[in-house]
Ligand binder design. Sequence first.
Ligand code: GLP
Length: 263
Amino acid sequence: MRVVIQENYANMCKWAANYIAAKINGHRESRPFVLGLPTGSSPIGVYQELVRMNKAGEVSFANVVTFNMDEYLGLPREHDQSYWYFMHDNLFNHLVDMKPENINILNGMAEDPEAECARYEAKIASYGGIDLFMGGIGVDGHLAFNEPFTSLTSRTGVRALTTDTRIVNSRFFGNDPEKVPAYALSVGIGTVTDSREVLVLINGHNKARALAATVQGGVSQQWTCSALQLHPAAIIACDEAACGELTVDAYKYFLDIEKEERL
Ligand code: GLP
């Protein structure tokens, strides 16, 4: 696993956006480049940088198909806290050549949510899988909405949100955890780790415990993000603030091994 430590959030976002753009630009196959995407505050700076690069002609999304990680159950697209709304507001509406038909987001209003999840998995498979899945994590280490104790081999399905996550996410729902939907549709840990590459953003002091668990703890369903240790090509992009719980030797090791600034 690579851990790319950047000085601050802005640099982490630039690094991640450059990495994604390089992968899209380097894609030589006739099939589209398949990109997995998260929501949350962590990726916002990455999206801003990708939009800037796209407008400047540095990266095209014309041959990119996207799959989002998750969506709240019971929120319509138009709801300003739906992940559909978030993705259009923060990324898709600003890209000059993203094709709407290439955007995939789980439908939180599906009549049969389980069938919707099965359809999503099948659609990912129909593209030959995901080339690069970018993710973020919760303070409890959840990846997408795979809360602690979700199977590390899980596939896309309906997930119950923990009280902790509803409290953390209540900042977007008038600070009332009861207003945060209790369930979500989410890709599974297995869905993410099946991707050819995984890039996870971890920034801020409040993610320090989760970063240490992801990188230095054992592989455990208690920290679902730790499943990345078993992936052959996982990268964590983080900022200094998130490194507070790493051991000094691990912190120095990652700085040392990355110092040649390879992409
Ligand atoms: C939500 C999302 C996750 C996201 C997490 C962290 O719970 N379901 O996919 O990674 O929040 O969000 P933030 O980046 O705002 O800390």
